[in-house]
Design a protein around this ligand. Structure first.
Ligand code: FUB
Length: 341
């Protein structure tokens, strides 16, 4: 009872020992949850996984999603409302295929849905769609964001109101093909293949006040070790792969991301949104399924980690969103979460 309507699902409360092991949504497959608090309510902007019948490969071709739903809940542990389909592939003039991990933002009475999709030349770009309501539906802009490329946009709005887009992903996310500044059609399908050189880093661009355009050319977000040296391409337990998220805690900036082929969520900390970010440790150990992707949000006096696994299907491209509490130590470090598998 999902598409088009406003379906709800009953679930256990956070006090229930089974709570952390239950998918938040089981009416459709959902992944890559970006959570935001708008008007006191938690809104979720996930990918909508489907069985498209595309064989699995290192490019992620089997993630062939075609639309987005929005979900919301009063607080964690209450009913989750499905607000139905809010944007379809066929309604995005420039897009060809693969609607991957989205994010959302709010400014001056408008809500913005940011999403990656391959254009008609099969190059990932990042688009934006606009609505008057957090739950959509959203109307896509006619072109992708000028200067955007690769995948997994995460839009962070600082306490001064300035927003930034963090984005990028290697392998199927194509970031390695932009290493020279222009797209290399026949570039590597994985990474730079330079394990002793600095790894590819996520990108950041300040947003203009219209929230539709970049105010600057995207820059690298440098992630360094405790000695200040950039993480290397061969450091697959720690280097950036995809799925960035930025949040602020006690005045410091936390950049978290997936290590992809080592399946972890890890984080790094800086004193400003441009970094450099110093690597800190593991946020979430590997989950069931290949991908690991998340968001972090504060609500009701607690911090929450939204993530996904493949409990419902056992298939890596048919995922389900979950949530668990995230806790900090007194020194600001995050306590590592071990998911139930
Ligand atoms: O959902 C498709 C892709 O899988 C996302 O863009 C990545 O972050 C990974 O979760």
């Amino acid at each position: 009872a999902a598409a088009g309507g406003c379906a709800t699902a009953q679930r256990a409360t956070p006090a229930d020992p089974q709570f952390l092991n239950q998918p938040l949504i089981s009416s459709i497959y959902t992944a890559d949850p970006s959570a935001h608090v708008f008007n006191g309510r938690i809104y979720l902007y996930p990918s909508h996984d489907i069985e498209a019948g595309v064989p699995e490969d290192d490019l992620g071709s089997h993630f062939a999603m075609r639309d987005y739903h929005v979900f919301s809940m009063e607080r964690v542990g209450t009913e989750v409302s499905d607000h139905g389909v809010v944007l379809r592939l066929e309604d995005i003039p420039w897009a060809g295929r693969q609607l991957w991990a989205p994010d959302a933002a709010y400014k001056d009475g408008k809500y913005f849905l940011y999403f990656p999709a391959k254009d008609k030349q099969d190059i990932f770009r990042i688009g934006v769609a606009v609505s008057d309501r957090a739950e959509g539906p959203f109307k896509a802009e006619p072109e992708p964001i000028n200067g955007s490329f690769s995948i997994d946009p995460a839009v962070f709005t600082d306490t001064d109101g300035q927003s930034y887009m963090i984005f990028g992903g290697i392998w199927g996310g194509q970031l390695q093909r932009w290493a020279t500044g222009t797209y290399e059609q026949n570039g590597s399908v994985t990474d730079l293949k330079q394990p002793d050189k600095p790894a590819l880093m996520p990108k950041i661009a300040r947003m203009n006040a219209d929230m539709l355009t970049f105010a600057e050319a995207p820059r690298d977000l440098s992630i360094v070790d405790e000695a200040g040296k950039p993480l290397l391409g061969g450091d697959s337990d720690r280097r950036f792969f995809e799925g960035s998220w930025m949040h602020k805690y006690q005045g410091r900036y936390y950049l978290s991301y997936s290590t992809g082929d080592t399946h972890r969520l890890v984080y790094a900390v800086a004193d400003n949104p441009y970094g450099p970010f110093t690597y800190q440790g593991v946020l979430l150990e590997p989950v069931q399924g290949w991908t690991n992707h998340h968001s972090i949000v504060e609500h009701d006096g607690k911090w929450w980690l939204f993530y996904h696994d493949t409990q419902l299907s056992g298939k890596t491209h048919l995922r389900n969103v979950k949530v668990t509490e995230l806790n900090y130590n007194p020194d600001g470090s995050i306590r590592t979460i071990k998911p139930m598998r």
